[in-house]
Design a protein around this ligand. Structure first.
Ligand SMILES: [Zn+2]
Ligand SMILES: [Zn+2]
Length: 93
């Protein structure tokens, strides 16, 4: 049973087939916390050791990169940086 961060505060939802809370990191009152908003998307980014990142994302944090393709903020940064400078990342593996 997940917790969501809604406008009213942290809410504990009961039920099945609920979307996961958004996994993006946000700054709240000067400390880093998970967003926790109701998620509408899953990250399609590549992840080490898994096929996709699959981070749940709310509408505010999903970065659309194509039809039905979304990235979480960290994957979007990598995606943006990796394209013009692919060599930087392959040398780290
Ligand atoms: Zn979010
Ligand atoms: Zn991701």
């Amino acid at each position: 049973m997940p917790f969501y961060r809604l406008k009213t505060g942290i809410v504990h939802m009961r039920g099945t087939n609920l979307p996961k809370p958004c996994a993006a990191r946000v700054q709240i009152d000067g400390s880093e916390q998970v967003c926790g908003a109701w998620s509408a998307f899953l990250c399609d980014g590549r992840a080490e050791g898994r096929s996709t990142c699959d981070a749940p994302l709310c509408e505010a944090h999903a970065r659309q990169i194509g039809p039905d393709r979304h990235l979480c903020p960290p994957c979007h940064l990598q995606h943006r940086d990796a394209d013009p400078q692919r060599g930087l990342f392959t040398s780290l593996v």
